[in-house]
Write a protein that binds this ligand. Structure first.
Ligand code: SAM
Length: 245
């Protein structure tokens, strides 16, 4: 596995700066030149349970057994579940994010990109992908491939708890134009090609997938997974509890 160098680890740099109490912003650049600066920034990744979005809090009711947190960031969900007595492993492609998780007390934290998931069969009971981390599935085909892999790594009653945003719940012209352009290229409308910028650090381009509920159901077909329940918010964000068929 090729580890990200600190100068490539934009996600990690912003999480590290925030951990040190420095002012930090999250800037996401899309490949059509659209920039999004999150007003809450990486501070969001450090929030305590009481301050999470209600849907994130609700989703914790589904979590059981041995937990894998994919793209764990600064470890807010992992640390909460560890405190609740569960065995949790947080993985992230960012070495700096994993360093922060360890410094914050997460007992099991490992640098591992989702593309290199490598665990024995029946290693976990719940996989969480929160903070819109369904997006890490990247594309229709990659999602199917990784879901099949996750199927093997989880127990018979395994669950995936994943959050995303409904692509189509927007009226922003730039987004609508981007969806159209993606479709013309044979990509999913919500298959966003983005990179993270922090200070002088520019991360690599990667595909981040946002999907409607219908699209998620299409992706799950043939992977051994199906929707158990959707947890809705009052905006475009939602969480899916996904169970084995
Ligand atoms: C939006 S943040 C969410 C963090 C955390 N789940 C939360 O909600 O606080 C996305 C995280 O995914 C990580 N990430 C990005 N690409 C990844 C990949 N290919 N494999 C694993 N983690 C990845 C980033 O480093 C970052 O920590």
């Amino acid at each position: 596995m090729k580890r990200l160098k600190p100068e490539e680890d934009a996600f990690g740099q912003e999480i590290w700066a925030c951990y040190k109490g420095e002012e930090a912003f999250e800037i996401v650049e899309r490949d059509d030149g659209y920039f999004n600066a999150s007003p809450k920034g990486p501070g969001l990744y450090f929030l305590e349970y009481e301050d999470w979005d209600p849907i994130d809090r609700k989703s914790m009711e589904y979590v059981k057994g041995r937990v894998l947190d994919i793209g764990c960031g600064a470890g807010r969900h992992s640390l909460y579940l560890q405190k609740m007595g569960l065995s949790v492993l947080g993985i992230d492609s960012s070495p700096l994010a994993i360093e922060v998780c360890k410094l914050r007390g997460l007992k099991q934290a490992r640098v591992m990109p989702i593309e290199e998931l490598n665990f024995k069969p029946n290693s976990f009971d719940t996989v969480i992908m929160l903070g819109s981390n369904f997006g890490l599935f990247g594309s229709f085909e990659k999602a199917k491939r990784l879901l099949k892999k996750l199927h093997k790594m989880t127990s018979e009653n395994g669950l995936i708890i994943a959050s995303t945003r409904d692509t189509y719940k927007t009226d922003i012209a730039d987004h609508l134009e981007y969806h159209k352009r993606n479709k013309e290229k044979g990509r999913m409308p919500g298959q966003l090609k983005v990179r993270i910028r922090f200070r002088k650090c520019v991360g690599k381009w990667f595909d981040y997938l946002i999907v409607s509920k219908k699209e998620m159901e299409e992706i799950l077909k043939g992977t051994g997974w199906k929707i158990k329940e959707f947890i809705d918010s009052d905006d475009s964000a939602y969480i899916a509890a996904i169970e084995k068929t």
